[in-house]
Design a protein around this ligand. Structure first.
Ligand code: ZN
Length: 204
């Protein structure tokens, strides 16, 4: 199973980290070992002093595809949810400065939180999708898919220009503005529209 991730897919988020707005999707990957098992607490890794949460919409691939184009590309996905792309921001900044790959900062064990799936219907695809991340009961990220620089369909087209997608692959679609630090004891809850799809506790 491959986990594809899109970086800098919302203008306000690119700006909050001082990044340029990209002209094509920024793509990186996590290994399958990055998914936190359901019901397990998250532990902040010892190699970072500035772990950031990034709440994101996540697509699940349901059909093999390559070089996808056109209005029906989302037929290759059957479900959607909200997840967190945990990022060791201090380490990522060091790697970026040196022009090195991000994997140590983004792809480590348990760095990918995944909520319960909602079937991806045409009604969901055709309308703006609202989602949010709550930290200790307070909303910290309020997402709206209509603010994506590269919409879901464009992400699939771009991704499959380079990679074959297979059933079960995951696509993290980028985080909106509002990323911030994670501390021991924090509790994160993800909401897809009005429904809570995950609750994860950070070990004290
Ligand atoms: Zn992200």
């Amino acid at each position: 199973m491959s986990i594809f991730c899109i970086g800098r897919n919302y203008v306000a988020h690119a700006h909050e980290l001082g990044n340029e707005v990209p002209t094509s999707p920024v793509i990186f990957m996590k290994p399958s070992t990055a998914v936190l098992a359901e019901g397990k607490n998250f532990t902040i890794p010892s190699f970072t002093n500035d772990l950031h949460y990034e709440g994101e919409l996540v697509l699940r691939v349901s059909k093999e595809g390559k070089n996808l184009k056109g209005p029906n590309v989302l037929d290759y996905c059957d479900a959607i949810t909200v997840g967190i792309d945990f990022t060791a921001r201090d380490l990522q900044n060091k790697l970026k400065e040196k022009g090195l790959p991000w994997e140590k900062a983004k792809a480590f064990d348990d760095s990918a939180i995944l909520g319960k799936w909602t079937p991806l219907t045409s009604k969901i695809v055709e309308n703006p999708i609202r989602f949010s991340l709550h930290k200790n009961g307070t909303i910290v990220q309020d997402g709206d898919s209509s603010l994506m620089i590269f919409p879901l369909a464009t992400i699939l087209e771009s991704l499959t220009e380079y990679f074959t997608i297979y059933p079960g692959d995951l696509i993290y679609t980028g985080t909106p503005v509002g990323v911030g630090p994670t501390h021991k004891g924090d509790v994160f809850e993800g909401y897809f529209e009005a429904n809570q799809v995950f609750s994860v506790k950070v070990n004290p």
